[in-house]
Design a protein around this ligand. Sequence first.
Ligand SMILES: [Zn+2]
Length: 277
Amino acid sequence: MTTPLAAPPVGRRAAVDLAAIREQWGDLLAAIAHPPAAEWPPRETRGGFLDQLAAADRTDDPIPAAPVIGRLPLTIREHPAPLNLDALDAALDTERDLFDLADAVAEQVQRPVRRTPVVLRSLPPRTVVREDLADRQNPGRWHYQTPESAGSRAYGLHWAAVWLEGRALGEKYGDLFTPVPALLLDHLAATAAGARQAVERALGRDGRSTALDRPCPWCGGRLTGRTRAGGEPVVACSTGALCTAPAEDGRRRGEWRGADLIALWAALAVDRQQPAA
Ligand SMILES: [Zn+2]
């Protein structure tokens, strides 16, 4: 499969939004099992190193995070008592919207399963028309839901997003798909954009700022956390360039992002173990 350079901008935009949705899907599912973040950065945005540092700090956590294997096959599981209803609603809405969208796109661009005549060795021999099994099982195919089977929905949102990305970019798959007509591509892009917004809103990644409940461990300034679309958390100290926190090479004083957050997070964790003044 190759991506034709000719994919129209609206298709490329849709593919970017769909990729953002599936990359954040595990975080959204994990968020369902936790109370809405009163802490910052939202626990699900603390990748790798921050997680390890936070582990000691988390022993009082009564609910283990949902298991996330890599970032893969993520399906919404039964939550007897979801703690974050906004995240659950966003996940259910997103899944439904993308599944319905894949149905609609498949209906217009996917070739029906080939039917071939088969001669039965009966007496007298009879010819029946049967679906081509290999064509039906073509892994590129989107399968509709039936009363007996969940079809492609069984593979979860991740696959639906990947499949839609392929259609948005006009990827070829033999003669299985025809190009997505312009109107349908607009609908695809609008649905993907709306779904991405809903996911990022539920994760607090839509650009809102959050005041941290602890002051800057070095200068006592107010700390404000912000998670931008796509997920990179940034913390700023209100003292700005006069903040006395040690600044590594090239880091802007009074601001932490990416790997720099590790120092801030460690200092806050130590601070948290002291009784609040
Ligand atoms: Zn400071």
